[in-house]
Design a protein around this ligand. Structure first.
Ligand SMILES: [Zn+2]
Ligand SMILES: [Zn+2]
Ligand SMILES: [Zn+2]
Length: 414
């Protein structure tokens, strides 16, 4: 690890800093997961080895729980599934994703020792668990998980103390990293990447995390089953500068970001964007037309209406009732678009969802229009190199192309 070093970050504890200068897009390090699992809800739809979404997956004939693209994936995933497979059979069912991840981690550490490669900067034992900071209901959940873990953990595997087990549950609770599918569009599982755990949060970070070189379809053979992340620089980073990533989306109000960070990661964000509430005004702003602004009351009413409908929209989307989603979004947009600015975060969520669903339903003109509005709003809020912005711009481009709004030029003519 010649590019980065552990250091004491003032007010944050341990952190990582750059040991030389970097430019936008540079890879600071790349790291395979120590362990990773597919979410419970997607266990039959995502390959347990390469984490790709596939129409047809093959079941492990032993446990009937693990699913794979093909023999190649199954073979590649066998080392991490072998003990799990036996344990699931003996237990009679698969335990939840937390328990599966903790068990996979423990089997690996028991077998290979606490440092599995010379690139690893920190051991799992040394990572923060924040068990002492947990609320009462979280402690309750932790106890249930530990109880079930003990039932699931085979007697012939190495036995651990309750403290050690609870430490690992705590570690994955605050350090587990969400892994997405091959297109980067859907969260499909969770894994542990020890070096990445050392990178502290900033709401306006200088780095971003890319999965599998941003292109899982190119990942094959050697790295087929390895979920790798890359830490990439978003802009110029000076030698000695602390490296940061955003643990929560910047498209939340600063108060909401701080709440999320406190409950999930147990710290108070001290970044300038939170302290000054930077861009909070834009995120709830009214639309100015020809120098005329809507009244505060109008903006508030439209904001409340939008917020209240987000929940029903999310529910319809989860139920897969896409025509209902379109209906809700259209109604909200018709009513609030004249009043709310294009940087209003609730309106942005409506545009984003509507463009996604319309693209799915193949109404590409609509999808193109709303994704264009979304990107224009995002550009006023996000860091120019933000990954979510890049993804949104790509989606908008695809929608415009599908809608026939982009002329494809060939090289021989003009
Ligand atoms: Zn696969
Ligand atoms: Zn199996
Ligand atoms: Zn902050």
């Amino acid at each position: 690890m010649e590019n980065v070093a552990i250091f004491d970050s003032p007010g944050k504890g341990r952190g990582l800093k750059a040991t030389k200068e970097f430019w936008a897009g540079d890879v600071l390090f790349s790291e395979p997961s120590l362990a990773a699992v597919v979410f419970d809800s997607l266990a039959e739809r995502i390959c347990h080895s390469c984490f790709r979404r596939q129409e047809k997956l093959q079941k492990c004939s032993q446990c009937k729980f693990a699913h794979y693209c093909d023999r190649t994936c199954q073979r590649a995933g066998w080392a991490e599934h072998k003990q799990e497979c036996g344990a699931i059979k003996a237990y009679g069912k698969a335990p939840n994703e937390n328990i599966r991840l903790v068990a996979r981690l423990m089997w690996r550490l028991d077998k290979e020792g606490s440092v599995v490669s010379d690139m690893q900067l920190i051991t799992v034992e040394e990572l923060e668990d924040h068990v002492a900071d947990m609320q009462e209901d979280e402690i309750k959940e932790l106890k249930v998980d530990i109880h079930n873990f003990l039932d699931y953990w085979p007697r012939n595997s190495k036995q651990h103390t309750i403290d050690d087990i609870s430490h690992i549950f705590g570690v994955i609770n605050c350090n587990g990293f969400t892994v997405s599918d091959q297109r980067g569009l859907q969260a499909v599982g969770v894994g542990l990447f020890p070096n990445l755990c050392l990178v502290n949060h900033n709401c306006w970070p200088n780095c971003t995390v890319i999965l599998n070189h941003g292109n899982q379809s190119a990942v094959n053979t050697m790295f087929h089953s390895q979920r790798r992340i890359e830490l990439r620089s978003l802009g110029k980073i000076a030698e000695g500068e602390e490296l940061t990533v955003a643990y929560v989306d910047f498209l939340n109000l600063s108060e909401e970001r701080r709440r999320l960070l406190k409950t999930q990661y147990f710290f108070d964000c001290q970044c300038d964007y939170c302290k000054n509430g930077t861009k909070d005004d834009l995120k709830l702003a009214g639309r100015e037309v020809d120098g005329v602004k809507p009244s505060e009351q109008q903006v508030k009413e439209a904001t409340d209406y939008c917020f209240q409908k987000l929940e029903t929209m999310d529910k319809a989307r989860l139920d897969g009732d896409y025509h209902q989603v379109v209906k809700i979004c259209r109604d909200v947009i018709d009513r609030t678009e004249p009043v709310l600015a294009d940087t209003h975060i609730y309106l942005l969520r409506m545009w984003s969802t509507l463009s996604e669903v319309q693209a799915y339903l193949q109404y590409f003109n609509d999808a193109a229009e709303y994704s264009r509005k979304m990107v224009e709003g995002y550009m006023k809020l996000y860091h120019p190199n933000n990954a979510a912005l890049g993804m949104a711009a790509m989606r908008a481009g695809v929608n415009h192309w599908q809608a026939g709004l982009i002329e494809v030029r060939t090289w021989d003519g003009v």
